[in-house]
Design a protein around this ligand. Structure first.
Ligand code: NAD
Ligand code: IPM
Ligand code: MN
Length: 389
C-alpha cells in the first residue's frame, strides 16, 4: 500500500510524540511492505516563528493532498500573549476547518496493565471502554469574534474560535466579552449520524450530552438526536445533562459506551475521561470530514515537559494505530502495534506520568525504542502469542 502522510509536529512535546508515532508507522511500513511517504510542515507557534502565521498556506495545501495527517500539539507560553485569533491554537482550528473535519473520536479505554494507576477504585472503574464523539466544526469555537473600543465596534475576524458569535466591548469603562454557542439541524445531524453508526458497531448504546435545561441550542440538539433514533432502532439512546455527565464519568464511567457531544462539552469531558485511565498522555483521537483525516493525541504541548524526554508517547502511538486502522484499513498492522504495547506495559515499562513505585521508569524515546523491539519479538513469536495466525 502506498500512502502519503503529513506530519505536523508543532510545539512543546509535539515534536517528541510525533517522532514516536512516525517511528511506529515506519516500522509498520517496513514489516508489511507498505510505502509510506512522510512530509513535514510547520504549524502553531513553530509556524508563527517561521512564517508569521499559525497555519501557512503550504501546510494546509500539503495536508489537503495527503492520505492522512498526524499532528503533535500546538501552543506554549512564548505565544500566550497573542490575541485569540493569532495564537498557535488558531492554526489547529483553521486546519480542522480547512480540512472540513467535523467528527472527532476520542476513545478512552483502560489498558489492563495500567488499571492500578487510575485514580478510581477498581470497583468503580469497571471495564472502562468508551468513545467520545465530539462535534469539531461548530458551536462556540467558531463564530463571529470581535471587540469594541470606545470609538465603536471593531470586528477582528468573522469566523472565530469555536464557531459562534464572540466579542469584546468596552462601554463607559466596562469591558464585555462574549462567545456564542450555535448549531443548525444539519450540523447536528451529520455528527449524530456518525455517533449512531459508531454505537451500532459497539454495544448499541448512545448517550447524548447537552444542557437542554438551559440552552436553546441544546434543545435543538436533543430534539434532532431524538428524531434520528427512528433511523437507528437498534441503538438505545439516552440523554444526559453535561453537569451530570461530568459527575457520572467520575462516579461510574463504565456505564458509558458512545458519548455524543458538542465541540466545547467534548473538549472538557475528554480531558476528564482521560484522567480516569491515569494520564492524558494515553488518549488518541481521530478526526474525519470531507478531506484527509487527522490523527492527534488529545493532550497539549505540555510546555513544562518539553525537551525532558518525559512525555508519554502512548496517546500519539495509539493515534498512529487509529490512522492505520481507520484511514488505511490496516487492522492487522494496528493490532500488531497495540498488542506489542500491551506487552511492553505488562513488562513494567512506564513513562514518568504513569510510573508507580517499582516500575521501570524510562523516557519517552526509550519507551518507543522498547516498543519497536517488542514489535520485532511479536513477529518472531507470532505463533506463540497467537498473533496474526
Ligand atoms: P496539556 O495537555 O499540554 O497539559 C496538561 C497536563 O497534562 C500537564 O500537567 C502536562 O504535563 C500533562 N501532559 C500532557 N501531555 C502529556 C504527555 N504526553 N505525557 C505526560 N504528561 C502529559 O494542557 P495545558 O497545560 O492546558 O496546555 C498547554 C498548551 O497546549 C496550551 O498552549 C494549550 O493551548 C495547548 N493545547 C494544545 C492542544 C493540541 O495541540 N491539540 C491540546 C490541548 C492544549
Ligand atoms: C484539544 C485542544 C484544542 C481544542 C485547542 C488547542 C484548540 O484543547 O484538541 O482538545 O480545544 O479543541
Ligand atoms: Mn482539549
Amino acid at each position: 500500500m502506498k500512502k502519503t502522510i503529513v506530519l505536523l509536529p508543532g510545539d512543546g512535546i509535539g515534536p517528541e510524540v510525533t517522532r514516536a508515532a512516525a517511528a511506529i508507522l515506519r516500522e509498520s511500513a517496513q514489516e508489511f511492505n507498505h510505502q509510506f511517504e512522510f512530509e513535514e510542515f510547520p504549524i502553531g507557534g513553530a509556524a508563527i516563528d517561521a512564517a508569521g502565521t499559525p497555519l501557512p498556506n503550504e501546510t494546509l495545501d500539503g495536508c489537503r493532498k495527503a492520505d492522512a495527517v498526524f499532528l503533535g500539539a500546538v501552543g506554549g507560553p512564548k505565544w500566550d500573549a497573542l490575541p485569540v485569533g493569532k495564537r498557535p491554537e488558531r492554526g489547529l482550528l483553521d486546519l480542522r476547518k480547512g480540512l472540513g473535519l467535523y467528527v472527532n473520536v476520542r476513545p478512552v479505554k483502560l489498558l489492563e496493565p495500567l488499571r492500578g494507576i487510575s485514580p478510581l477504585k477498581a470497583d468503580r472503574l469497571g471495564d472502562l471502554d468508551l468513545e467520545i464523539v465530539r462535534e469539531l466544526a461548530g458551536g462556540m469555537y467558531f463564530g463571529e469574534h470581535g471587540h469594541t473600543t470606545e470609538e465603536g465596534v471593531e470586528r477582528a475576524w468573522d469566523s472565530g474560535m469555536y464557531f459562534g458569535e464572540h466579542g469584546h466591548t468596552t462601554e463607559k469603562g466596562v469591558e464585555r466579552a462574549w462567545d456564542t454557542e450555535s448549531y443548525s439541524t444539519p450540523e447536528i445531524e451529520r455528527i449524530a449520524s456518525f455517533a449512531y453508526a459508531r454505537a451500532e458497531n459497539r454495544s448499541r448504546r448512545l448517550c447524548s450530552v447537552d444542557k437542554a435545561n438551559v440552552l436553546t441550542s441544546s434543545q435543538l440538539w436533543r430534539r434532532t438526536v431524538t428524531a434520528m433514533s427512528a433511523v437507528y432502532p437498534a441503538v438505545k439512546l439516552e440523554h444526559i445533562y453535561v453537569d451530570n455527565a461530568a459527575m457520572q464519568l467520575t462516579l461510574r464511567p463504565a456505564q458509558f459506551d458512545v458519548i455524543l457531544s458538542s465541540n466545547m462539552f467534548g473538549d472538557i469531558l475528554s480531558d476528564a475521561a482521560a484522567a480516569l485511565v491515569g494520564s492524558i498522555g494515553l488518549i488518541p483521537s481521530a478526526s474525519f470530514g470531507s478531506s484527509a483525516p487527522l490523527f492527534e493525541p488529545i493532550h497539549g504541548s505540555a510546555p513544562s515537559l518539553a525537551g525532558t524526554d518525559s512525555a508519554n508517547p502512548i496517546g500519539s502511538i495509539l493515534s498512529a494505530t487509529m490512522m492505520l486502522r481507520d484511514a488505511f484499513g490496516l487492522s492487522l498492522e494496528a493490532d500488531w502495534v497495540e498488542q506489542s504495547l500491551q506487552r511492553v506495559l505488562s513488562g513494567g515499562y512506564r513513562t514518568p506520568d504513569i510510573a508507580e513505585p517499582g516500575a521501570r521508569a524510562v523516557g519517552g524515546s526509550v519507551f518507543t525504542e522498547i516498543l519497536r523491539e517488542e514489535m520485532q519479538r511479536t513477529f518472531e513469536h507470532a505463533e506463540r502469542y497467537g498473533w496474526g495466525v
